[in-house]
Design a protein around this ligand. Structure first.
Ligand SMILES: [Zn+2]
Length: 317
């Protein structure tokens, strides 16, 4: 729903200077409040909760400011234009496509999580792609009058229109109006670009590979490895003697062996995904060795992502 700041009705009512000053100060409070809420709507990583709260509060603040501006003398006050510039920017942001994209991004995020639970790899890939594109466009869309950035070039507008259309086809936009409702599963899917179909196939292949469990950290080939008494090490039956032989050759007296109960079917497991060429890392949690290996092979947030799998509950050792 669009909000407009209507010009005041001309009036001859006399208002005391004190009263007028009080009203202008109130207008400034509203303007600064509107500006804080506006900034939430330009943050590409704003949570759905923050976005919906900002939308609701912003609508109220703008309505209050609109009422204030119709009061005698307020609109004509010499300090009003500056306050009004914040209100106009907030109003523009409230109605901006990027605000709709933020809501779509969150709906897509939830739909992807839902699809992941249902092992629907195509939907995971498609919804994550939509979320990523939405957040990227929000990032480039900031209307920052101070910095002279005036929103998108034409091709970004086209991309935004396309994303909103896509989101509607995938049933993500009805969700954006009712954030508590689960996304409905449309039966008539739009065509999926080839590169996403390929990514979904790769994800499905990883899921199939990981059905045997954790991959051996020695040969990197065999799945279904067990945890041994070396930190962060999971070995297949062939590699246990290999590692023992290598350590013996180096002068150690190893006794590398599987840890009793070290590879439980119901974890909890932690997968630490780290940046191989810099700083940063993310810990993911799951219940089974299959899921742990699957996360290790499919969650690649860095260009050069490495991973370590371990049992979250160390007392089980
Ligand atoms: Zn092995």
């Amino acid at each position: 729903m669009p909000h407009t700041l209507t010009p005041p009705h001309p009036t001859t009512t006399r208002t005391s200077a004190t009263e007028l000053d009080r009203q202008v100060r109130r207008l400034y409070r509203l303007a600064y409040h509107a500006n804080r809420r506006r900034r939430t709507l330009t943050n590409p990583n704003a949570s759905a909760h923050a976005v919906t709260a900002a939308i609701t509060r912003l609508a109220r603040v703008l309505a209050a400011a609109e009422r204030l501006l119709t009061m005698p003398g307020v609109a004509e006050h010499e300090e009003t234009p500056y306050a009004r510039s914040f209100l106009t920017a907030a109003e523009r942001q409230l109605n901006a496509p990027s605000t709709r994209l933020l809501l779509i991004a969150d709906a897509a995020h939830q739909a992807a999580a839902h699809a992941d639970t249902a092992d629907n790899d195509l939907h995971v890939i498609v919804f994550r792609d939509i979320e990523q594109h939405c957040r990227h466009l929000v990032d480039t869309a900031h209307v920052e009058p101070v910095l002279g950035r005036r929103g998108w070039p034409r091709r970004d507008h086209a991309a935004s229109d396309h994303l909103q259309q896509q989101a509607a086809q995938w049933g993500l936009t009805s969700h954006t109006e009712h954030p508590t409702m689960p996304p409905h599963q449309p039966t008539d899917h739009p065509a999926v670009p080839t590169h996403l179909v390929r990514q979904a196939a790769e994800r499905a292949a990883a899921r199939a590979r990981c059905a045997a469990g954790i991959r051996c950290t020695e040969c990197h080939r065999t799945y279904g490895a067990v945890q041994v008494n070396l930190p962060g090490t999971w070995l297949c039956t062939d590699c246990i003697p290999t590692v023992n032989a290598r350590l013996t050759a180096r002068g150690y007296a190893p006794h590398v062996r599987p840890i009793d109960g070290g590879t439980p079917q119901h974890g909890p497991y932690t997968v630490h995904v780290w940046n191989g060429s810099g700083r940063g890392g993310v810990s993911l949690h799951c219940d089974t060795p299959q899921r742990a290996q699957f996360l290790a092979e499919t969650e690649r947030p860095f260009n050069n992502t490495g991973y370590t799998i371990y049992l979250a509950d160390r007392t089980r050792e």
